[in-house]
Design a protein around this ligand. Structure first.
Ligand code: HEC
Ligand code: HEC
Length: 193
């Protein structure tokens, strides 16, 4: 029986693949790529990329699941999670929850905007779900000291329904809030301490 060269190459390739599986990357190597965008110390330095530090593991697990299932549409995150197993979802979310929370933004606080944002937080009862310290809990995200640009982006997306979320709560919360109020809210939340 004659084995064609093509088949031989194919078999050798298969054996090689078996010896060094494509998934040989360690967890540390995989998580490094996440932290290159999201910040190694829980705090993102890239515009519109959220800080992940201090996010409750159950919230992160739900969001990674939504990304994998393309129910939250963000190209880069849909790609990154496309091949995630259920175990990956758990391991990555448990890891994210161990990163230290971001520090509040400290650049030039404008008192009038801070006051306006804080008043809105109270009026709209953001604390009733996100907690008095806005640190979130279980499936509710931490928002305290999140990047201001990302806060604005996410609130606009809840309002327009571009981001439906796993729970429609945020769409109803945002319905009566206009864009100027969104920017004041983000201003105060990013500086919340
Ligand atoms: C190239 C940059 C990039 C890489 C790499 C990346 N992310 Fe992201 N990630 C983003 C962006 C951008 C968003 C926010 C999308 C949006 O606007 O809603 C995001 C959102 C998230 C969120 C949702 C946060 C929230 O507050 O809702 C989680 C969780 C997350 N990423 C985890 C990861 C993990 C885990 C990895 C590695 C497996 C990873 N990311 C790799 C850019 C990246
Ligand atoms: C009834 C409960 C509830 C109230 C009240 C509420 N939120 Fe939320 N919020 C949620 C839930 C649940 C999510 C996550 C939904 C999802 O995207 O899957 C969320 C997500 C968010 C996010 C996205 C965080 C991230 O990391 O992506 C921001 C920002 C936010 N809320 C801000 C606010 C602000 C500001 C207020 C007050 C004006 C508020 N929320 C009031 C329940 C609430």
């Amino acid at each position: 029986m004659q084995i064609t060269l093509k088949l031989l190459i194919f078999v050798i390739a298969l054996m090689r693949a078996g010896a060094t599986p494509l998934s040989a990357e360690t967890f540390t190597e995989r998580v490094e790529s996440c932290l290159a965008c999201h910040g190694a110390k829980g705090e993102s330095e890239i515009p519109e990329v959220p800080s992940l530090g201090g996010q409750p593991a159950p919230y992160v697990l739900i969001q990674l699941y939504l990304f994998r299932e393309k129910q939250r549409a963000v190209d880069i995150m849909n790609e990154v999670t496309a091949k995630f197993t259920d175990d990956d979802l758990r391991v990555f979310s448990d890891y994210v929850a161990t990163l230290p929370p971001p520090r509040p933004s400290s650049d030039g606080a404008d008192d009038a905007r801070l006051q306006s944002g804080r008043a809105l937080i109270t009026q709209q009862r953001c604390n009733s779900c996100h907690g008095l310290d806005l640190a979130g809990k279980e499936s509710i995200p931490r928002i305290a000291a999140q990047r201001e640009d990302y806060l604005i982006k996410s609130m606009r997306e809840y309002k327009s329904n571009a981001r439906p979320g796993y729970d429609p709560a945020m769409a109803s919360v945002m319905a009566p809030i206009d864009d100027a109020q969104i920017t004041d809210l983000a201003y105060a939340v990013a500086r919340f301490r």
